[in-house]
Design a binder for this molecule. Structure first.
Ligand code: SF4
Length: 203
């Protein structure tokens, strides 16, 4: 990988926007955001991108905003309490920088896939990837070089990837999706339960 994540400026639109944000939100992180959790875990959760006032502010994935609170609540509900435990899911985003209006271009997802690939391929005990949203689903397919038309995104659907690794699709736990009840806490918990069940079956 030519450029380290911390200093990556490959997406010109995103990088320019982050520079502008530095003048507006002077105490925000306003840089690429690393994943958190355990790389020894068998579960990896892949979100879309840092939220403007969430991870882009705090520098911690799924932290400081509505989506982060929901994900953290659901993880606790299914028994993932301590982020320092080696079984605690690794949590990251398809796009490591905040994209304008929280909407990355597909070319930006592609640009950032080298970082996602490195994270996922470094998880030696990986069994389950949970993709939050369709773009994250596509980002995961890309790193496994799988054809999207054969792996259609559908909430709750399980796709077999390679080497006993599965991909579970979920709607994103965004404020909009929760408020419109497109996805509920119970639906998200069910996804996490599925991931845990699969892990125990294959341990
Ligand atoms: S989104 Fe990813 S590829 Fe694009 S500038 Fe940020 S770290 Fe680099």
């Amino acid at each position: 990988m030519k450029e380290p994540l911390d200093s990556c400026t490959k997406c010109h639109r995103i990088s320019k926007n982050l520079l502008d944000l530095k003048n507006i939100y002077t105490d925000y992180h306003n840089k690429p955001v690393q994943g958190v959790g355990s790389k020894d875990s068998s579960i990896c959760i892949v979100g879309l991108a840092p939220g403007l006032h969430g991870a882009n502010k705090t520098g911690i994935v799924f932290n400081g905003d509505f989506s982060g609170n929901i994900l953290s609540y659901c993880l606790k509900s299914v028994g993932f309490i301590d982020p320092l435990e080696k079984d605690y899911p690794y949590i990251t985003n398809s796009v490591k920088c905040y994209p304008p209006n929280n909407k990355p271009y597909i070319s930006e997802v592609d640009n950032c896939s080298r970082f996602l690939k490195k994270e996922i391929f470094n998880m030696s005990k990986l069994r389950v990837i949970i993709a939050l949203g369709k773009l994250s689903h596509l980002a995961v397919l890309k790193i496994y070089k799988l054809i999207p038309s054969k792996y259609i995104f559908q909430h709750g659907k399980i796709h077999k990837l390679l080497n006993n690794i599965i991909l579970i699709d979920s709607y994103h736990c965004s404020k909009l999706n929760i408020n419109t009840k497109r996805v509920t806490i119970q639906m998200l918990n069910n996804i996490l339960f599925k991931a845990k069940q699969y892990k125990y079956k294959h341990d």
